[in-house]
Structures are given as structure tokens and as C-alpha cells.
Design a protein around this ligand. Structure first.
Ligand SMILES: N[C@@H](CCC(=O)N[C@@H](CS)C(=O)NCC(=O)O)C(=O)O
Length: 194
């Protein structure tokens, strides 16, 4: 049985959604970031953290990749060209979208007030528009990679939701439509209800 730490309002949502897609049982500990328990598992205090037996895995992308590989679902097999394209998509989303919404959050309420630069947000939002225009052109079908759903779809839909909550400009319609399709999935709805 897996144990997952982190509330659904954080990147832990990605891992909850993934576990629901896989139909795997898990204990969910709704710890806030930096709780004493989380700090013992992950010295940075960041969530999510997944525990599988003696193995402790921090980082939402590492967790998605581990679960996908272990269960052979929502991923192309490691060592294949399709997997290389999937990984490239994941890293692109992290670099070009997550980096922007996370920087905006840090400069809004995470960093100590004296280190926040609110003016940076206009620049981040401009970059978001450039980057999402390119990324939306990479959607190949119902899913980012055509007919096969992968963990890149979970990451992408979560980032589109996060950007909207953070009041970033609306992304191209293709990305919004992708998010809407992902949100209609029963596993997404179950994750939302946790
Ligand atoms: N790259 C990590 C980032 C984890 C992260 O920063 N999580 C946030 C919540 S979404 C957190 O725990 N923040 C607490 C902190 O920065 O101290 C991941 O994807 O899991």
C-alpha cells in the first residue's frame, strides 16, 4: 500500500490523480508543506512525498514517473523514442510553464516580503503567453501524444488549472479544451473529492 503526503491544493494533487488513474489503494496524509512528518521524510519540507515500503520519493514528477514505470501505465516504455518524446514534453512543461507559475507564487506569497518583486509577474505572464502558444501546437489528438494518455497529460492539465487560479492570461483554446477533457475523467473527479 502506498502512502502519500500532501494536500490536494498542492502538487500532491498530481500524485493523487495518478493513483486514482491506476486504481491503486493508498493512505493519504493531508499534511501541509513543512509539517514535522514531511520534514522527516523530505528535509526540504516540500510535498508531495510518496512512501512505497522502504522507499521515500519526493517530487511530483519523480512520483508520476515511478508509478507509471512500475505499473506500466500512462507512459511509453523507457528506452523507446516515444518515451524520449514524452520526457521532453514533461521537461518542457516544467521549464516553460511550471517555472513561470511557481515564480509568480514565490513572488506573491512564498518568499519573505522583503524578497518579493511583484513587478516580475508582468514579465512571467508575457512569457507564459509565448510558451503556451508553442506548447498548444504540440497537442496531437485527444491527448498530448495522440491517442495514448501519459503522465504528461496529468502534468499539463494541472499546470493549466494552476495558471488559471493564479490569474495568468487564458492559454490557447486547445490547452483549455485539453484540460476540460482531463477534468472529465472519473479518476480526476475522485482525486478532487479526496
Ligand atoms: N518540484 C517539486 C516541488 C515541490 C514543492 O515546491 N511543493 C510545494 C507545494 S506545491 C511546497 O511544498 N512548498 C513548500 C516550500 O517551498 O517550502 C515537486 O514537483 O514536487
Amino acid at each position: 500500500m502506498y502512502t502519500l503526503y500532501g494536500t490536494k491544493s498542492t502538487r500532491a494533487f498530481r500524485a493523487i490523480w495518478m493513483l486514482e488513474e491506476l486504481g491503486q489503494p493508498y493512505d493519504h496524509h493531508k499534511d501541509a508543506p513543512r509539517s514535522d512528518t514531511v520534514r522527516t521524510l523530505n528535509p526540504s519540507g516540500k510535498v508531495p512525498v510518496l512512501v512505497d515500503g522502504d522507499t521515500v520519493i519526493p517530487d511530483s514528477t519523480a512520483i508520476l514517473t515511478y508509478l507509471a514505470d512500475k505499473h506500466g501505465m500512462l507512459t511509453h516504455p523507457a528506452g523507446t523514442p516515444a518515451r524520449a518524446r514524452q520526457d521532453a514534453l514533461m521537461f518542457c512543461l516544467l521549464d516553460e510553464v511550471e517555472g513561470l507559475v511557481w515564480a509568480a507564487a514565490r513572488h506573491s506569497f512564498i518568499l519573505p516580503p522583503e524578497h518579493r518583486l511583484p513587478a516580475i509577474k508582468d514579465s512571467l505572464k508575457w512569457e507564459f503567453e509565448q510558451n503556451t502558444a508553442r506548447i498548444s501546437n504540440r497537442i496531437e489528438g485527444a491527448f498530448l501524444m495522440g491517442v495514448t494518455m501519459t503522465i504528461a497529460d496529468i502534468l499539463c492539465a494541472h499546470l493549466t488549472m494552476w495558471a488559471a487560479q493564479a490569474k495568468f492570461p487564458a492559454p490557447p483554446q486547445a490547452l483549455t479544451d485539453h484540460m476540460t477533457r482531463m477534468q472529465a475523467r472519473p479518476a480526476f473527479q475522485r482525486a478532487l473529492a479526496t
